[in-house]
Ligand binder design. Structure first.
Ligand SMILES: Nc1ncnc2c1ncn2[C@@H]1O[C@H](COP(=O)(O)OP(=O)(O)OP(=O)(O)O)[C@@H](O)[C@H]1O
Ligand SMILES: [Mg+2]
Length: 228
């Protein structure tokens, strides 16, 4: 039997219903992501990019359709099983960093490993190594409030990658960074993609970053289409 796709969604739709107001955000989205695939998702502000990424990552539920991660329909899983699958197989970089404010950078990055069963000492060691790679070796024990916006973004990226996930879902991972830092982060992401086969789904306005992906998909009026 062939391996299942890392991530697949079928006839995915999302509408928000708030007090009589219906907002159709996504319509009939079909997407298959295999090991090592590199996808960029582009689209104007409010087109539904973050909503799509949240649904693909199991952070929000679709109104219609299914999402499968490694062959498992995520909306059929118990809360615990879904958390385990997400911890093990997905790395998430949110549009706004969501680091835990009371923990240091190294603790924030180590947490997914500890949750996955790693010893705290080993988790800390690996977290330090990855933070050094993203250029934060001098900010290990700083709390998120003591980091700059770009430093928080790099810490959030390290947290997403620490478990060597099958798929990285990243929402504007280089959005707040200067050109050089953005380039360094981007190279790190590509290095992981090439060495570990990490699939990439990256929402970005950065045309340079998008052009380095295998597929660029654009979200317009709820429809996801391939850009040639
Ligand atoms: N919880 C919600 N309730 C109602 N509407 C929502 C909700 N979340 C998002 N929306 C609407 O869905 C649309 C898509 O939002 P989304 O955040 O996915 O856009 P985006 O493409 O990520 O935009 P940006 O580039 O500005 O980050 C927006 O019009 C937004 O108002
Ligand atoms: Mg967004």
């Amino acid at each position: 039997m062939t391996n299942p796709a890392i991530l697949q969604c079928t006839h995915l739709a999302k509408q928000f219903t708030d007090g009589g107001l219906n907002t159709h955000v996504l319509s009939d989205i079909n997407l298959t992501v295999n090991k090592g695939d590199r996808l960029a998702i582009v689209g104007s502000s409010g087109s539904g990019k973050s909503t799509l990424l949240h649904i693909l990552g199991g952070l929000d539920e679709p109104t219609d359709g299914t999402v499968e991660i490694l062959g498992q329909d995520i909306n059929q899983l118990s809360v615990n099983k879904l958390s385990q699958l997400r911890n093990k197989s997905l790395g998430f970089v949110y549009q706004f960093h969501h680091l835990l404010p009371e923990f240091s950078a190294v603790e924030n990055v180590a947490i997914p490993l500890v949750i996955g069963g790693e010893t705290p000492k080993q988790a800390q060691q690996l977290a330090e190594e990855l933070l050094i790679k993203v250029g934060l070796g001098h900010r290990l024990i700083h709390k998120p409030s003591e980091l700059s916006g770009g430093e928080r973004q790099r810490a959030a990226l390290a947290r997403a990658l620490i478990t060597q996930p099958a798929c990285l879902l990243a929402d504007e991972p280089t959005g707040n960074l200067d050109h050089r830092t953005a380039q360094a982060i981007f190279e790190l992401i590509i290095e992981l993609n090439e060495s570990l086969g990490t699939a990439l789904i990256i929402v970005t306005h950065d045309t340079n970053l998008a052009s380095k992906m295998d597929r660029v998909l654009t979200l317009t009026d709820g429809i996801l289409a391939t850009v040639d």
